[in-house]
Design a protein around this ligand. Structure first.
Ligand code: AKG
Length: 244
């Protein structure tokens, strides 16, 4: 009998979100971290508040992905077999993720509230490595004037509407209205606090509630692997024809 994703549903959230605390084991986590760390330096984009790897490549200006497979270490065991067994991307146009962002946050670093936009099918699957972190979700209308895009966001005066604690080795899946109607961000702090069953909407699904009973934890370096399906994939052959 396979794992029933319904047991992982975050019921406090208005639309589809799922949290699986033990998605990968410790050996798999250290192998993935090793692969991330051993990537050649030019693979990294250093941003002011985190650093980033983009696999297999950055999107084009028209938000297309140049067709190219993900490397094996990002596929096995996360996509094959785990995502496939859960049927996670069955409804997505390519029935599998074709794009992964690797984000590394040192203590004090984060990402401003933003939305991921129309380049992707509205489903994000995030694997957390190395340390826990709190993801904040904001109502879109709390953001004044233009909607924010990743890297082009501004702070929000009101606090987050929902907070999700992501433990190391966990999987967080958000889709539907969670993707389209809310912004997400990670606070630039050295300590995540005010943690508890009232404030953390996936509290009951945590692997180790005891670790957060005191209501806070000190940040350590946390790495995330964010899997998505880019809607528009351009065949390299066609692109070459176009360039000629
Ligand atoms: O690191 C995370 O969990 C969030 C990453 C993110 O928001 C993004 O890549 O757009």
């Amino acid at each position: 009998m396979g794992f029933d994703i319904e047991t992982a549903r975050i019921t406090a959230l208005p639309d589809e979100a799922f949290y699986i605390s033990d998605f990968i084991n410790e050996g798999e986590e250290s192998r993935l971290l090793q692969k991330v760390k051993s990537a050649p330096l030019p693979r990294w984009t250093q941003l002011s508040r985190r650093r980033l790897q983009t696999w297999p490549s950055a999107l084009t200006e028209s938000n297309a992905l140049l067709a190219s497979p993900l490397p094996d270490w990002l596929r096995d065991p996360i996509i094959e077999p785990r995502f496939n067994e859960l049927g996670l991307f069955n409804d997505a146009p390519h029935q599998a993720p074709n794009h992964v962002l690797v984000n590394e946050y040192c203590p004090g670093q984060g990402i401003m509230p933003h939305e991921d936009g129309a380049a992707y099918f509205p489903l994000v699957a995030t694997v957390s490595l190395g340390a826990p972190i709190v993801l904040d979700m904001y109502d879109k209308h709390a953001q004044n004037d233009t909607a924010a895009k990743a890297g082009d966001a501004r702070p929000i005066e009101n606090g987050p509407r929902y907070r999700i604690l992501q433990e190391r080795r966990s999987l967080l899946v958000t889709r539907g209205k969670m993707y389209t109607d809310l912004l997400h961000g990670i606070a630039e702090t050295r300590r995540d606090e005010k943690l508890g069953p009232e404030s953390i909407c996936n509290w009951e699904l945590l692997r180790d509630k005891e670790a957060y009973q005191q209501g806070w934890f000190e940040r350590e370096t946390r790495t995330s692997l964010t899997y998505r399906d880019v809607l528009h994939v351009a065949k390299i052959g066609n692109t070459m024809k176009f360039l000629r």
